[in-house]
Design a protein around this ligand. Structure first.
Ligand SMILES: Cc1cc2nc3c(=O)[nH]c(=O)nc-3n(C[C@H](O)[C@H](O)[C@H](O)COP(=O)(O)O)c2cc1C
Length: 271
């Protein structure tokens, strides 16, 4: 696979994976890719847990589903993240950032614009959206043959210090290497971030994975091979647009936005 093709084709997998286990060879290819990322002074501050055991995956899925439900039912999600949501394809095409919920059950569609108001939240709860999302999330995680915990050593990840900042940069690059490698292996990957919204759930994960004091749990992912017929979850979103050059690049100083040479730059690849 060509590098550009991989970079433009990289995306989040919101749907199910094949149930087939991820081969050990492929798991190690992913870890090899992570290890080739740059790190300050070649410190390689990342550590990973590869989770393929049924019972542990089941427990993580329960935590993921529960926290998704909690996040959606409590109203925290809509107040905290409102600014990232777009309500039409046109809005998405103009701003070219954020998330557009493009798959919703029929009865919910008329409410989509009001979902961020107090009444909207009541409707969301009455229509049991948090239950649907929680159940979907649990099933998605449980059905993912490989889960991945990404950690940093506390020796390097020291908050407020440059080494802490450098470690996070390095970790981001290691994850991107993993992500790009999934494309080469016919796999997909998705963040599992909802447990991070609740410190007690994050602590549960730490305990479950027996993470020692000297390591900090940074992020969780679910991975697997992509199915031939990808079925989308009941409620789903798209975020494939990217900004035009003039919206995020400058020439020489920040006073001069870069000119847009290609009118299709930032369009959804392949569309
Ligand atoms: C720090 C971070 C946390 C994220 N958390 C989630 C998450 O919990 N669930 C999810 O589906 N995607 C999550 N994402 C993925 C973004 O939503 C996604 O990358 C973005 O919308 C662009 O879509 P794409 O990856 O398909 O190009 C996260 C990304 C980052 C960098």
């Amino acid at each position: 696979m060509q590098l550009r093709e991989a970079i433009l084709g990289r995306h989040t997998t919101n749907g199910h994976f094949k149930p087939d286990p991820v081969s050990l060879e492929h798991q190690h290819r992913l870890m090899e890719a992570a290890s080739r990322a740059p790190s300050h002074f070649n410190s390689q501050p990342w550590r990973f847990v590869l989770i393929d055991d049924d019972a542990t995956r089941g427990q993580i899925a329960e935590i993921a589903g529960r926290t998704m439900h909690q996040l959606m039912a409590g109203g925290k999600f809509f107040t905290r993240y409102r600014r990232y949501f777009r309500f039409s394809k046109q809005e998405m095409a103009e701003r070219r950032d954020g998330i557009f919920i493009d798959k919703l059950p029929g009865p919910l569609r008329p409410f989509v614009k009001h979902v961020f108001s107090e009444t909207g939240q009541k409707v969301v709860n009455t229509l049991r959206v948090p239950n649907t999302l929680g159940k979907d999330n649990r099933k998605l995680v449980e059905g993912s043959p490989l889960l991945l915990a990404a950690m940093l050593t506390r020796e390097e990840y020291r908050e407020g210090e440059l080494s802490g900042f450098y470690s996070l940069l390095g970790m981001g690059m290691a994850i991107e290497n993993i992500w790009l490698t999934t494309l080469d292996l016919g796999m997909g990957i998705q963040f599992i971030s909802t447990p991070m919204e609740f410190p007690e759930a994050w602590a549960e994960l730490r305990e479950l994975l027996q993470i020692p004091e000297e390591l900090e749990l940074i992020a969780m992912y679910r991975l697997g091979y992509l199915p031939d017929d990808a079925k989308r979850p009941t409620i789903d979103w798209t975020s494939s647009h990217r900004k035009r050059l003039s919206q995020y690049v400058f020439r020489n100083t920040c006073a001069t936005p870069e000119a847009d040479a290609d009118p299709n730059f930032g369009e959804v690849p392949g569309s």
